[in-house]
Ligand binder design. Structure first.
Ligand code: TYM
Length: 376
């Protein structure tokens, strides 16, 4: 693929993503200063992921904030396609969702699309994707979501509630519209064609459960937008509010610029990695460093293509001034890649240790979060 080309779909992210181009291509809005100012006014501060443009784009975020200011609470909706262990990239939108729950007192609806991953991945049985759903929910719970305000559901277990909503969606989406959005081919299994209506359904769930229209905000990386373009198209026809969205960039692969991939373990740090595994992956990470120390000192490094720098910037260096200093020191060639890797590894290991403790504790609380259909 030429270096200026990229692909972003819910099932594939490839190439060097140009986020400005993506905004134009998908027709989303950039997060601008005016939005940041609104967050400051409403919550007292601007969270790191917005300040640093990690969450960089949106649909109707101003409308959600208008509704909130007018006294109408919004619900949050996000999810996971349980195809394996959770990696740090998945945690990023969930951390931001946790911030939104705390800052706005919002209820969260969290969908585990075990059906999607069964349909999409030849190698996964329905039993496996159900198992990963329960495993991945430990990571979500470990982040500290409020059990009174958080409902997690598996598509295959909450189907009696979701299916009638999905049917209403499916009836309003033609095959040609779905093919144009997702690029389906004649060899695509028909479950995948229907699936998008299952991912749309929870966007209307808060409204259906409340019996009146509830605004919904969906935080996710921008790969999920194609589903929600369809959701937004059908919302009005169904008499519901269109869901608003806030999109993050992709937490990069440790080996370069594409997003992390659960199917290539060396590109990602998983929440279940041991400290030794994490350290080894960081030691082998792709950096923006030059081939020799002399060149590094003379020319400086290239932080914008460096996975190690991106890790610090996106998640692990909380201090804005220090993040900027790291960048400057790299550009000026006064910093060696080994130093950055060592510092990052220490932070990642510390994070993993405390996350893994919280993850184990979460095992006793799964049932406080999961919702299922009532049995007869
Ligand atoms: P999934 O499991 O691919 O990803 C879960 C969430 O993580 C985001 N994400 C990333 N964010 C940053 N950097 C990365 N490298 C990265 N990789 C994945 C995804 O955008 C997503 O927010 N079909 C969905 C599950 C789903 C969903 C939803 C997601 C169901 N309903 C509503 C978002 C909102 C999926 O397979 O996500």
């Amino acid at each position: 693929m030429p270096s200026d080309e990229f692909i972003v779909t819910p099932w594939e992210v490839k190439g060097h993503v140009d986020y400005n181009k993506l905004i134009a291509l998908f027709g989303t809005q950039p997060i601008d200063e005016a939005i940041l100012a609104r967050f400051k006014k409403l919550t007292g501060s601007i969270p790191m992921m917005l300040r640093r443009q990690v969450f960089f784009s949106h649909r109707d975020l101003n409308w959600i904030l208008d509704q909130y200011e007018a006294g109408e609470k919004f619900a949050l909706y996000t999810g996971r396609g349980p195809s394996g262990q959770t990696h740090l990239g998945h945690l990023m939108p969930w951390m931001f969702t946790k911030y939104l729950q705390d800052a706005f007192g919002a209820e969260l609806y969290f969908q585990m699309t075990d059906d999607e991953k069964f349909l999409q991945k030849d190698e996964l049985s329905a039993y496996a994707t159900r198992g990963f759903s329960y495993d991945n929910c430990l990571d979500l719970i470990a982040l500290g979501f409020d059990p009174k305000k958080t409902r997690i559901f598996l598509d295959t277990e909450y189907v009696r509630t979701l299916y009638p909503i999905a049917l209403e969606v499916a009836k309003r989406v033609t095959f040609s519209a779905a093919r144009a959005v997702f690029g389906f081919e004649t060899s695509t299994n028909i479950g995948m064609v229907f699936f998008t209506s299952m991912q749309s359904a929870p966007a209307f769930l808060p409204t259906i459960l409340a019996g009146h229209n509830v605004p919904v905000l969906i935080p996710c990386a921008i790969d999920q937008d194609p589903h929600f373009r369809i959701t937004r198209d059908v919302a009005q026809k169904m008499g519901y509010y269109k869901p608003a969205l806030v999109f993050s960039r992709f937490f990069p692969s440790l080996l370069g610029l594409d997003k992390m991939s659960a199917s290539l373990p060396e590109t990602s740090i998983f929440t279940t990695d041991t400290p030794e595994e994490a350290k080894k992956k960081i030691a082998n990470a792709f950096t923006g460093g030059r081939t020799t120390v002399k060149e590094q000192q003379e020319l400086g490094g290239v932080p914008d293509i460096c996975a190690v720098y991106q890790y610090s910037f996106y998640l692990f260096e909380k201090d804005d001034r220090r993040a900027l200093e790291l960048r400057q020191e790299c550009l000026q060639g006064v910093r060696a890649c080994g130093e950055c890797k060592k510092e990052l590894a220490a932070k990642v290991v510390q994070f993993l240790k405390s996350h893994q403790i919280a993850r184990e504790r979460a095992r006793d609380h799964i049932e406080d979060f999961i919702i299922r259909d009532c049995s007869d």
